[in-house]
Write a protein of this length. Structure first.
Length: 442
């Protein structure tokens, strides 16, 4: 059993919040199913992982817990949190868009105790007997309101029937579901409701209205972003082609932009998200796909270029900012015939756009992202990368930010002012004795 206090110290967390304390107590102190309702950004992933990991038999090589998530990004994020806990519990993430055979090889190699996955891909692995269902005692359904929507019903129903040894279910969401389907077999559940019915979004978020005289709001958006004078901003739109058009426009205007939608190849989505989260872009243009499951710290502003399509969508969009105890702002950019939706609660403050002539140019990105074409399979570690970039690239450790080592490649954030020198200094150089591609991710 893991020592929760040691894990928290390793993560640099002094105390659990009230929801996390209640969730931990319910999972460790009872045998009941548990339903947790808590706002986005309140730490639900850690709330269930700590007690669930505590119950894992680390001497066994069997899968004991399955965590069902609605999308790839949340699977990856949750798996990363589990690995960061570094407590001896092994995990993998599984999702569509890549060969199931590759995942099977990873499962055989890692022998995970916990598997994070989307419903369809988990069904695939269970059908192919890549995952042994007979030792799985707990299933966690994260973002259960989305997992249990109509599009997932058949997959979820099939999945639950394949877990004969299941003893407990843990469901988590930032919004309440009208009804939990019978196939989940929830009974006598402990319900932890930390949703404040009087508070749609945290009081730490200020709501602003911004008017555009033109129906095409791109020029107004650029003015608004310039008025932020830097900071980290997410711009939400409702359509993939609109995301592409808006991102292209902002790039031409000089903004450091990353964009993200479901029509992009997964490697491009991953690179886009990485560039934004590590400071290589300070504007993230996206569809509502990015409104759930992305834990990006320090987002200052949320801009609704297109109006959210419902109250739940609005809540999840705004949940990207003011995470934990931080503050944030959300802006409705409204055309001549648009109005703030009736479901938006709270005090809406007008935002006076400064004179364009007085606004500074778009703020440059603080970091740039390097791609290194070797990874874990080449036995490359974060220490190897830091050593290489300092010795051959002419950097100091202060010039290097976040490093992600994947199976076959790495992403590294480096100071934007030093990236050209790094590329010049490392051209033709070997990493751990092997030549490889080193280039900037754009």
């Amino acid at each position: 059993m893991i020592d929760i206090d040691k894990v928290l110290a390793k993560l640099g967390i002094a105390d659990l919040n009230e929801m996390q304390q209640k969730t931990t107590a319910a999972i460790l102190g009872t045998d009941s199913d548990v339903v947790v309702l808590s706002p986005t950004g309140s730490g639900k992933t850690l709330a269930y992982l700590l007690p669930v990991a505590h119950e894992i038999d680390t001497e066994s090589d069997d899968v004991q817990v399955v965590v069902i998530v609605p999308g790839r990004e949340l699977a990856l994020q949750s798996d990363t949190v589990m690995r960061d806990m570094a407590c001896g519990v092994r995990s993998v993430s599984c999702y569509g868009g890549r060969p199931a055979m590759d995942e099977h090889k990873v499962i055989k190699k890692v022998m995970p105790h916990i598997v994070f996955g989307t419903p369809g891909r988990l069904n695939d692995h269970l059908d192919k007997q890549n995952i042994n269902p007979y030792k799985i005692r707990c299933v966690v359904i994260d973002e259960f309101d989305k997992c249990l929507q109509m599009g997932f019903h058949d997959e979820m129903s099939r999945l639950m029937k394949k877990l004969p040894g299941l003893r407990r279910r843990v469901l988590l969401s930032a919004t309440d579901a009208d009804e939990i389907p019978s196939f989940v077999h929830l009974s006598e559940a402990v319900r932890i409701d930390c949703l404040d019915e009087g508070e749609q979004v945290p009081e730490r978020v200020t709501i602003h209205e911004v008017r555009s005289d033109a129906k095409d709001k791109l020029a107004a958006l650029a003015m608004l972003l310039r008025s932020f004078e830097g900071g980290s901003t997410v711009v939400f739109l409702n359509y993939r082609d609109s995301v592409e058009r808006t991102a292209d426009y902002l790039r031409k205007e000089g903004f450091a932009v990353s964009h993200f939608h479901g029509g992009m190849p997964q490697e491009e989505r991953e690179a886009a998200l990485y560039r934004f989260s590590n400071g290589s872009a300070n504007v993230f243009v996206c569809t509502d796909l990015a409104s759930r499951g992305l834990d990006i710290p320090d987002i200052d502003n949320i801009v609704h270029y297109h109006l959210p399509q419902g109250e739940d969508g609005y809540v999840h969009r705004v949940g990207r900012t003011a995470r934990w105890d931080a503050t944030g702002r959300t802006f409705f950019l409204l055309g001549p015939e648009e109005h703030i939706p009736e479901f938006v609660e709270g005090n809406v403050v007008g935002y006076e756009m400064p004179d364009g002539a007085l606004l500074p140019p778009p703020a440059p990105a603080r970091m740039a992202t390097l791609y290194i074409g070797k990874g874990k399979k080449d036995k490359l570690s974060k220490g190897d990368i830091v050593g290489f970039l300092c010795k051959k690239g002419g950097l100091t450790s202060d010039d290097i930010g976040r490093i992600d080592v994947k199976e076959r490649y790495c992403y590294v954030a480096v100071s934007a002012s030093k990236v050209k020198g790094v590329l010049a200094n490392t051209r033709g150089e070997k990493v751990k004795g092997v030549k490889t591609i080193i280039e900037m991710v754009k």
